[in-house]
Design a protein around this ligand. Structure first.
Ligand SMILES: NC(=O)c1ccc[n+]([C@@H]2O[C@H](COP(=O)([O-])OP(=O)(O)OC[C@H]3O[C@@H](n4cnc5c(N)ncnc54)[C@H](OP(=O)(O)O)[C@@H]3O)[C@@H](O)[C@H]2O)c1
Length: 276
């Protein structure tokens, strides 16, 4: 389905969406949202069992879904995923790049000074978040370039524009994701056609698998860092995964047909707040 004027704006019926990191907290919520809007959704991640469980959950609600096991850093598994998708459903109309995250040895915190941080940890985080966004675009974007239609949505972070303490590699990588989003938006519109759009969402602070211990104490109260974040979030709460749904559907659908190259904060006002 194209982004043609007159098409039902937010309806994704007939469209195929691939969600990398679809096995994660935010990716799976975005996959459910896309399915609710009518898309058929492929759940891409390394954990095939988890991808299959999430696909089954979506399927049970009446929307077609499939597990698409692949590693976003391995072009061979990505090409196999593209072949599988094309054989079953045809090319992707929507690509959400939600695979990403940080790792403990890449933090500069406590006893680990900047000088102790292993270069390999920094490289791995930059690789996952930045190269791990580019490689799925190369794999699934080829058909978008050929057809001149598609919506790519990268997942950035609040750390991209104003770096957060501790997460040095993650912040640099997400800044790279913002830059890649703008670069590719221009490249796609001018080279592949104006029907291929590239945007990003910068989630605020959501409690996920990776950052739960950073944001919350075991009893569910906010940690010291969690409390600092809440104090800088005018809405006074962490995000719920469903808070991303409306923005994802808008950017995936023809409702945003003239929108490309932007990063949308979904953050309870964190980005707008100067702290005073
Ligand atoms: N939670 C937040 O507050 C927050 C805020 C801003 C931005 N974000 C960003 O939002 C995205 C999702 O975060 P989340 O909180 O949902 O984290 P999560 O639950 O830990 O999910 C991370 C996802 O990345 C996938 N992944 C990791 N390495 C991969 C690889 N090499 N190949 C394929 N998939 C890989 C994981 O799948 P497998 O293990 O199955 O491979 C998992 O589905 C990330 O980019 C994160 O940086 C999160």
């Amino acid at each position: 389905m194209s982004d043609a004027p007159g098409a039902p704006a937010f309806d994704l019926t007939g469209r195929t969406a691939v969600v990398t990191g679809g096995t994660g907290v935010l990716g799976s919520a975005m996959a459910h949202a896309l399915a609710l809007a009518g898309a058929r959704v492929a759940i891409l991640g390394r954990r095939e069992d988890v991808a299959q469980r999430i696909a089954n959950d979506i399927d049970a609600k009446g929307a077609p879904a499939m597990a698409l096991p692949a590693d976003v850093l391995d072009p061979f598994t990505l090409e196999a995923a593209v072949d599988h998708l094309h054989d079953h459903w045809g090319p992707a109309d929507v690509l959400i790049n939600a695979a990403g995250g940080n790792r403990p040895d890449a933090l500069v915190h406590g006893d680990r000074t900047l000088f102790d941080m292993p270069a390999d940890a920094f490289r791995a985080v930059v690789d996952l978040n930045l190269t791990g966004t580019l490689l799925p675009i190369q794999a699934f974007g080829r058909a978008m370039a050929a057809s001149g239609q598609g919506s790519i949505i990268n997942i950035s972070s609040m750390a991209a524009r104003k770096p957060l303490t501790r997460v040095i590699g993650y912040a640099a990588a997400k800044a790279g994701v913002d830059n890649l989003t703008q670069w590719l938006a221009v490249h796609a519109a001018t080279t592949w056609g104006p029907g291929v759009r590239v945007n990003a969402i910068a989630p605020g602070f959501f409690v996920g698998e990776q950052n739960r211990a950073l944001l919350m104490n075991e009893d569910g109260s906010p940690s010291e860092r969690g409390a600092q974040i809440l104090a800088h979030t005018p809405m006074g709460r962490f995000g719920q995964p469903d808070d991303l749904s409306g923005t994802v559907i808008w950017l995936a659908s023809s409702a945003s047909a003239f929108v490309t190259g932007i990063v949308v904060p979904v953050d309870g006002g964190y980005d707008a707040y100067g702290g005073v």
